[in-house]
Design a binder for this molecule. Structure first.
Ligand code: WTA
Length: 658
């Protein structure tokens, strides 16, 4: 390292606060600090600012309907169509030839869709779905990787008022079946395969295996021929080749269906405390207005920008900030199919340079990987088009933040560290890039109009410097409306903890821990339930445990998250073999296979430790904290409340040996 570099590093390391660069502020979408007060004073009418970003077929009568809280309704009486908002209106505004989606395949192919072209594709697929018999309110499951047909199918569903339920392509056959069963979904759009690090992965076999687990009749399965081998596999009677099917509807248009603001736009399954994933329901008006608003205010997106969110559309981040938010604003959204290190570790920076990306949004786990690979990769490319950087999904450590700031943003781009969840629909806690000072490691203040606090276990706001739990005291337009077909679980999971039901005061509990700083900035500490965050992906430890216990030869298992340098957290399994089974490599392999089969590679255990006993309290509860400490290599906490204290040392010794 040169002396100059070393000085720079030293200066950066000490710096705790960063003001937004002047050049950014001059052009930012939101620059008036008065916006916080304005939203507070005008709440809930302040949210008309978000609704104004959307075209309504029918104006709404009421901003917020809270008569049946916590079943809040937003923009009631309003009618709109999400696909119209993301496509037609931009074409009508003379932006037909502007790029909507720039797609980059892993092997180097590219596809570019102007707004006009994307609209045509969406129209044809909407007509196709109708042709298959899909009706308004039928849930259509989409099980696809990052190929253009995924956003096309989402928008086609939105156009005809059929909610989509996207299942992340990396999820297993079992996960597909569980979600289709839960949503009673009779239609599926999938593909034959896709590329990962140059290899063609078989997706159709996994799909077919999943379909075997679907308990109701599946009417139709549409299969995209991604591998270009003319679907060599044989299609069952109810399975159709996407291209052949769509060819029958060439040039057709479908009138966008006017949906009630509160009609369901989509379902997204996410992990919770129990083994059963939760079907988070998002509606059309509030969700679209909220994602458009946050895309504008936080990501600073403008129609002329080239914007790239390097997430997968199979997660909420991709729904809100690859598809709906950015397209509602008429910008160009980049979509990349593959991995960041294929064929080389500079792949992403090559794409930034090739497309002149203005805004880049990714997860801290990716940034930690870039750091590990070294600054020489971004240095090979001209990244000067970048104006704003963002992160999402997990806490970002200050070192990674500063590396991102310097080596990707060249100290000229503000960074927004955006805290939110599948359930919140869009960003909740983050700095506004044209206004607030940034503090690496701290997400920032709640957004205008968002009443997020940090409270103690009894619900009192904690003092500056103290840790507690995040709560949100007022509703917001992008919030989930319920868990699909399960209002009771919705109340129990999110509202029971801090609400006062007698006085009808409802408080949303996201199940995250946080610390409040003296200037009201919020530093997120992570989940306080049995959910772990692996590379920014949310996984339920209970789901993984039931996968492990389902393996022949395993009697009991505990799964915890342990610290991991790149992934943030990784999955650690502690398991008791059944009598008669050896705790050997074969059993370990089968335990890992069990997890891959029931969830997918994202949940692959980092380590499986066999033990004759698990640490338990006298009442028989597994002491996960202790296992977490072992997994993270931390000092072990108090073991005196254990029924079997000796077991902890035994497990720790075993982990050290391995
Ligand atoms: C975590 C992803 C710290 C948090 C959008 C939350 C974060 C969970 C951040 C939701 C952040 C998300 N800083 N932690 N900026 N963003 N999280 O539903 O624990 O996949 O509850 O939504 O990710 O994960 P989900």
């Amino acid at each position: 390292m040169s002396q100059e570099d070393a000085n720079l590093e030293a200066r950066l390391e000490e710096q705790e606060a960063f003001d937004p660069p002047e050049s950014f502020v001059e052009q930012a979408n939101v620059t008036d600090p008065g916006i916080y007060e304005e939203f507070e004073e005008n709440w809930p009418d302040c949210w008309e600012r978000a609704a104004d970003l959307i075209s309504w077929d029918e104006e709404y009568d009421t901003v917020l309907e809270d008569g049946d809280a916590p079943f809040y309704e937003w923009f009631t009486g309003g009618e709109l169509n999400a696909s119209y908002n993301c496509l037609d209106r931009h074409v009508e505004d003379g932006r037909a030839d502007e790029a909507a989606i720039e797609w980059v395949g892993e092997l180097g192919e590219t596809r570019s869709y102007t707004y006009d072209e994307l609209l045509a594709e969406v129209n044809e697929f909407a007509a196709t779905l109708r042709g298959l018999g899909v009706e308004e309110d039928d849930v259509v499951t989409l099980y696809m990787p990052m190929i253009p047909e995924l956003p096309i199918a989402m928008l086609a569903c939105a156009r005809i008022g059929a909610p989509h339920s996207v299942v992340f392509a990396g999820f297993s056959a079992d996960a597909l079946a569980t979600r289709m069963n839960s949503a009673d979904s009779e239609y599926l759009v999938t593909c034959d395969g896709y590329y990962r690090r140059g290899d063609a992965l078989d997706h159709i076999s996994k799909t077919n295996e999943g379909l075997e687990g679907v308990e109701h009749e599946v009417s139709d399965v549409v299969v995209v021929d991604r591998l270009g081998d003319d679907l060599e596999h044989s299609l069952a009677d109810n399975q159709h080749d996407y291209d052949e099917l769509v060819a029958d509807y060439e040039g057709e248009t479908v009138e966008p269906v006017s949906r009630d603001a509160e009609d369901m736009l989509f379902l997204m399954y996410t992990s919770g405390t129990t083994g059963q994933p939760k079907g988070v329901k998002h509606t059309t008006g509030g969700y679209l207005a909220y994602t458009a608003w946050t895309s504008r205010a936080v990501l600073d997106i403008e129609a002329d920008d080239t914007y790239w969110c390097a997430a997968d559309i199979g997660w909420i981040t991709g729904h809100s900030y690859i598809v709906y938010g950015p397209l509602a604003l008429g910008t160009t959204s980049v979509m990349y199919e593959g991995t960041p290190d294929y064929p080389e570790k500079d792949r992403l920076w090559q794409i930034v340079e090739d497309y002149g990306v203005d805004i880049f949004y990714t997860a801290p786990t990716a940034i930690r990987a870039f750091m590990k690979w070294g600054k020489e990769y971004p240095e090979k490319h001209d990244l000067s088009s970048l104006r704003l950087l963002g992160t999402v999904g997990e806490p970002i450590n200050p070192r990674a933040w500063k590396w991102y700031y310097k080596h990707i943003g060249n100290e000229e781009c503000p960074i927004v560290d955006t805290w939110w969840q599948t359930e919140t629909g869009g960003m909740m806690i983050t700095t506004l890039p044209g206004i607030n000072t940034m503090k690496p490691g701290s997400a920032g203040p709640p957004l205008p109009g968002i009443d997020a606090r940090v409270v103690s276990a009894s619900g009192e706001e904690v003092d500056a410097g103290q840790a507690g739990y995040v709560t949100v005291d007022k509703p917001w337009p992008g919030m989930l409306r319920t868990l699909y077909n399960n209002d009771e679980r919705f109340i129990n999971e999110y509202w029971r903890e801090y609400s006062d039901e007698e006085t009808d005061e409802w408080v949303y509990f996201p199940e995250d821990g946080a610390k409040i700083d003296d200037d009201s900035y919020i530093t997120i500490l992570g989940r306080v339930d049995d959910v772990i965050n692996v590379s920014g992906h949310r996984l339920g430890t209970m789901e993984i445990e039931s996968a492990v216990v389902g393996v022949d030869g395993i009697a009991e298992a505990a799964v915890v998250g342990g610290d991991h340098e790149v992934k943030g957290e990784a999955v650690y399994v502690y398991a008791i073999p059944e009598d008669g089974y050896d705790a050997d490599a074969e059993l370990e392999e089968r335990a890992v296979e069990g997890v891959l089969d029931s969830i997918g590679p994202i949940a692959k255990p980092e380590d499986v430790v066999f033990t004759p006993e698990l640490p338990k309290t006298r009442s028989g509860k597994i002491m996960r904290r202790l296992l977490e400490d072992i997994a993270s290599g931390n000092e072990l906490g108090n073991t005196s409340t254990l029924r079997n204290p000796g077991v902890v040392d035994d497990i720790a010794a075993q982990v050290e040996e391995s």
